[in-house]
Design a protein around this ligand. Structure first.
Ligand code: ZN
Length: 456
């Protein structure tokens, strides 16, 4: 098994700023420590937001990691409310602004700014990260937006070009049949896409024209990847399925699995990750689940300090089978506050639904909504299917969902009803950029309905 290529990448990055004879966890930590101090000083000097937030926290007061763990957090709502105040360089230095659509009635868009150098660092990470999946001469079909310079598809194609791999930007899948034809015609070796979109290709009836093992690898990029989708792609195509963790805030790239497929190796030259208890904000002991928090180490446009992602995971103990000295973060377990209450002490998450519903053959995507009708909460499902016999799929979803233990219990207690499952009719690609969640439309939806999900 080959060692993660990120090891070479991090070593070269550390050596570009200091001497480092060999890569060790201590060397990485001490590099990150210096970079954290630089980021704090840079952000305080240049960003109105951080000048205010960190007025009592100068970089000079950090002499140990414990000092930094007392620094205040940055929240997504800060970016939504004061996005421009994060900007640390002149507007003319900004190469790209990524605006995230945020769900919710009152939420404002979340804007993250990148300079040309910031984008170059993302390309560099993609370059090394992808070299664990593809070899020179291979072809990668990128099922992500790539029309504009600086978009994720564009950056990835540029990264692949550096290793003599052809990156073909296809964009979001609009018609699975067309995309499957393109995979066959262009003799694609690797796909990069959003989990539900790639699943829809695999389950499309024309997928049988893709010879087994023609696709050597698939990279699923998202904040969270349902395990059942990974297994299905491996079964149908006979390929390796790698997960990538990244968000706009991390600078698109964040961490990627090595051949061992056993947790993410992280973009540690550019990002410092912490796992904290979501209710107290205290660092979690190694191996315990909590909320992922990160600090950018090199970004100039919108540096972020102790940014609360809302994603749940843990740092893994023990060495990766690939033999690297790099740490590993476990697969994303879900999102903070994603569970909705469906009865007294009964909670339902999109993760539970995903693992059950995507297990049904021919389901390619679905949307879940909960509302209140005649004082009773009611769950609605809108399903996409690759089957000609849609009725049988809808029936299978209804029967599967009813058997999920918390739903069965809530229904038996009369606190939850299940509406007939319907076909999802809207445009195929709609909604793929939005984080998966149960759409809670009940009058009391909000803080009082949410709980902090910390897996034990
Ligand atoms: Zn590894």
């Amino acid at each position: 098994m080959e060692k993660t290529p990120l090891e070479t990448w991090i070593l070269s990055r550390i050596r570009s700023s200091r001497s480092c004879p060999a890569l060790t966890p201590t060397e990485i930590t001490s590099y990150q420590f210096e970079k954290v101090k630089e980021t704090v000083a840079f952000a305080r000097d240049n960003s109105p937001f951080y000048r205010r937030l960190l007025k009592d926290f100068p970089g000079s007061c950090i002499s140990r990691w414990e000092d930094f763990s007392k620094f205040p957090f940055t929240y997504p709502r800060d970016l939504e409310e004061k996005g421009e105040e994060f900007l640390c360089v002149s507007q003319s230095s900004i190469e790209r602004v990524i605006t995230l659509s945020v769900t919710g009635k009152t939420a404002r868009p979340r804007r993250v700014f990148f300079t040309e150098k910031d984008l170059e660092l993302t390309i560099d990470f993609f370059h090394y990260g992808m070299s664990g999946l593809v070899k020179p001469g291979q072809r990668v079909l990128i099922l992500m937006p790539g029309d504009r310079p600086g978009s994720i598809g564009d950056l990835l194609a540029r990264a692949l070009n550096r290793m003599s791999v052809m990156g073909i930007v296809h964009g979001i899948v609009v018609d699975p049949a067309t995309t499957v034809r393109e995979i066959v015609r262009k003799e694609i070796d690797c796909l990069v896409g959003i989990p539900t979109q790639v699943l829809a290709l695999a389950r499309h009836e024309d997928s049988r024209f893709i010879p087994k093992k023609a696709l050597k690898s698939v990279l699923l990029s998202s904040d969270y990847v349902p395990g059942i989708i990974v297994k299905e792609l491996e079964d149908i195509w006979g390929c390796k399925v790698f997960n990538h963790y990244g968000t706009t805030e991390t600078g698109l790239g964040g961490g990627v699995e090595c051949e061992a497929l056993s947790g993410y190796h992280l973009r540690e030259a550019d990002l410092y990750f912490e796992i904290v208890d979501p209710s107290t904000g205290q660092p979690q002991p190694l191996g315990n689940f909590g909320e992922i928090v990160f600090t950018t180490l090199t970004r100039k446009g919108t540096p972020l300090i102790r940014y609360r992602t809302g994603d749940l995971s843990r740092m893994m103990t023990g060495q990766c089978p690939c033999g690297t000295v790099l740490k590993r973060m476990d697969k994303i377990h879900g999102r903070l506050g994603e569970s909705v209450e469906i009865g007294a002490s009964l909670w339902l998450s999109i993760t539970q639904l995903d693992e059950a519903i995507f297990n049904i053959p021919r389901v390619t995507d679905y949307k879940a909504i909960i509302n209140t009708e005649s004082d009773v909460d009611r769950l609605h499902f809108f399903v996409r299917t690759a089957s000609d016999d849609a009725y049988s799929t809808l029936e299978a979803v209804y029967n599967t969902v009813r058997q999920i233990p918390v739903i069965r219990e809530a229904m038996s207690k009369g606190s939850l009803g299940l509406a007939p499952v319907l076909l999802r009719a809207e445009n195929w690609s709609a909604g793929t950029a939005v984080k998966r969640r149960i759409d809670d439309r009940r009058p009391l939806a909000g803080a009082q309905r949410f709980r902090l999900d910390v897996p034990t």
